[in-house]
Ligand binder design. Structure first.
Ligand code: NAP
Length: 282
């Protein structure tokens, strides 16, 4: 039976260290890391994420500003706010919650954020830096996954790592981070043939598909580490991952639950990027 990787606990430990460092920096410089979060529209899931981000900021002693903008916001209004925040010395990180309402061009918004304040690491300058291994900010969810793997005491070097999913937010940067940790990395997607054959090779399997309970125990190598990034709502409203936990935990050595696995780490890594952005200004 697999050991459960407790994302809440790992996250709590990292946040305690962040809080301590924030206090020490405040004593020394009289300044705090500042994060501005922008939400446009009424998407219920985005509202929850944004509220959690603000709460987390307060918990570690950061300064935070929350901008709630109506669905009718124009691109000019949104870009004007980002421009103002880019120039604001109190703000070290800017996050615009995605997805945006359809009439707003996400690419324009991502490009407008100063790369030095781009704590989501979505700007091409930052994704490029991740690619060459010379990053300022790490992509939040993949960086959280790396911390969770690290918490098992496993050395990734030389391990067969399989990532299912190739999104710009999770799959691709995840593969890069595993590669930088010297894993032998395979990326799978919807056109992958014989998926089970590939996943069965994985010592470390990271699943980011967005399909409830898709990966079952028979697709997992005995003793593998299984990280479930998926967040799917069941019809009864319950949250579930991309991995069928019940069958997978019988085969894996370590597994993340949903909720309580990758989710808490994503916000923690956002805080880490904000702290990094702040320290770069000192
Ligand atoms: P996405 O952009 O929809 O990408 C999904 C990926 O899965 C695509 O690359 C797709 O392949 C692949 N895929 C779909 N069906 C497949 C299949 N049958 N076999 C193999 N691959 C398949 O999703 P995402 O943004 O990466 O998110 C993935 C999941 O992670 C979602 O549940 C999301 O809610 C969750 N998530 C969680 C966090 C967190 O903090 N815990 C953060 C971000 C995302 P193609 O490219 O070929 O279409």
């Amino acid at each position: 039976m697999a050991q459960i990787i407790n994302g809440k606990l790992v996250s709590q430990n990292v946040r305690e260290a962040q809080k301590k460092e924030t206090e020490e920096l405040f004593q020394k410089y009289g300044k705090k890391p500042g994060l501005a979060v922008i939400i446009v529209g009424e998407d219920p899931a985005s509202k929850v994420y944004v509220a959690n981000k603000e709460k987390a900021c307060i918990e570690v002693g950061f300064y935070s500003e929350l901008y709630r903008m109506p669905e009718s916001t124009t691109i000019e209004e949104l870009l004007a706010l980002i421009d103002r925040l880019n120039k604001d010395d109190k703000i070290h990180g800017i996050l615009c919650q995605l997805p945006l309402p359809k009439h707003l061009d996400e690419e324009k918004v991502i490009l407008a954020i100063d790369p030095n304040k781009d704590v989501d690491a979505f700007h091409p300058v930052n994704t490029g830096k991740i690619m060459i291994g010379n990053h300022s900010f790490l992509p939040c969810t993949p960086a959280g996954v790396m911390k969770l793997i690290e918490s098992t005491g496993t050395d990734i070097s030389g391990k067969e790592c399989v990532v299912i999913g190739r999104s710009n937010i999770v799959g691709k940067p995840q593969a890069m981070l595993l590669l930088q940790a010297n894993g032998t990395v395979t990326i799978c997607h919807s056109r992958t043939k014989n998926l089970k054959e590939v996943t069965k090779r994985a010592d470390i399997l990271v699943v980011a598909i967005g399909k409830a309970d898709f990966v079952t125990g028979d697709m997992i190598k005995e003793g593998a580490i299984v990280i479930d990034v998926g967040m799917n709502r069941r019809q009864d409203g319950k949250l579930t991952g991309d991995v069928d936990f019940e069958s997978a935990e019988k085969v894996a050595s370590y597994i993340t639950p949903v909720p309580g696995g990758v989710g808490p780490m994503t916000i923690t890594m956002l805080l880490q990027n904000t702290l990094t952005a702040f320290k770069q200004t000192l």
